[in-house]
Design a protein around this ligand. Structure first.
Ligand SMILES: Nc1nc2c(ncn2[C@@H]2O[C@H](COP(=O)(O)OP(=O)(O)O)[C@@H](O)[C@H]2O)c(=O)[nH]1
Ligand SMILES: [Mg+2]
Length: 248
């Protein structure tokens, strides 16, 4: 029997997190999978962590971190924490702001049935037939689409949404990765995870999702975060070409 834990990184998500947890509570009640949730909070000044703890939901834990340290660092710390619990067979990741819909999570869990390997990644994908983005500015759409296309080409990854963070990893895959050698702080983390998962021989399945831009709070995306991803992909792409030439 599969046992899931859902990781939700938060920074100033006090206006969204309760709604998401309520939707997860309803889904959990109907599902055969009694998953746990870990909210990874970077000491949000808007007291996101205190709000979640105040809800006193037995299957929801808060992992408090001392300062805002980026999405990548939060996820790496979250993975290390939950992998200590050997009961978890799968780790799902999703945003706190309502952009990742609980309805799509159930389709992603169902997609696991079609996988054969023990090292697996289910990718929630906006840029494939059936996938959608609502309420996003043209600029954000362009940034996400061109970022994915560039990374796909440079890194030779046959995946259609490399910057999104709605995924399910098998614990066996995560345990085989050396998370300590990863450096990405921002959204580049998602690209790096896809790349090292592929290098570890993971089997991927893509599930179309509808990404709904947040109604409350604000995005933590910055030009610096986008540039970090561009620099990472360019460097990793050159290294890949060099390796291919050496092998010839
Ligand atoms: N713990 C933690 N979470 C973060 C950090 N930056 C972003 N997040 C969370 O990551 C998720 C995605 O961030 P968001 O700002 O919505 O990105 P966007 O959807 O690309 O605009 C949200 O749940 C954020 O609260 C961070 O530095 N630390
Ligand atoms: Mg968002």
């Amino acid at each position: 029997m599969k046992k899931f834990v859902v990781l939700i990184p938060t920074y100033n998500e006090s206006l969204s997190i309760e709604d998401l947890l309520e939707k997860l509570r309803i889904f959990r009640g109907e599902s055969i999978y009694k998953f746990d949730v870990v909210v990874i909070d970077d000491s949000s000044p808007d007291k996101t962590a205190e709000i979640v703890e105040g809800l006193l939901i037995p299957w929801v834990k808060v992992m408090r971190r001392s300062r805002k340290d980026g999405l990548g660092a939060a996820y790496r710390a979250g993975f290390s924490e939950v992998l200590q619990n050997k009961n978890y067979t799968h780790v799902a990741t999703m945003d706190a702001d309502g952009s990742h819909r609980v309805e799509d999570l159930s389709a992603m869990i169902a997609a696991l049935e079609g996988l054969n390997s023990s090292k697996t990644v289910v990718m929630g994908v906006r840029w494939m037939p059936g996938g959608r983005v609502t309420n996003w500015s043209r600029f954000r759409k362009l940034l996400s689409l061109s970022g994915t296309r560039y990374a796909k080409l440079a890194l030779g990854l046959k995946l259609d949404d490399l910057t999104g963070g709605f995924r399910i990893y098998s614990s066996e895959l995560l345990n085989s990765l050396n998370l300590k050698t990863m450096h990405a702080t921002g959204y580049c983390f998602q690209i790096e995870m896809a790349l090292i998962s592929k290098e570890a021989g993971a089997e991927f399945i893509q599930v179309p999702i509808t990404f709904v831009e947040r109604n409350f709070g604000s995005s933590k995306m910055t030009a610096g975060i986008a540039f970090e991803a561009f620099r990472y992909v360019t460097k990793a792409g050159f290294e890949r070409v060099l390796r291919m030439n050496i092998r010839r």
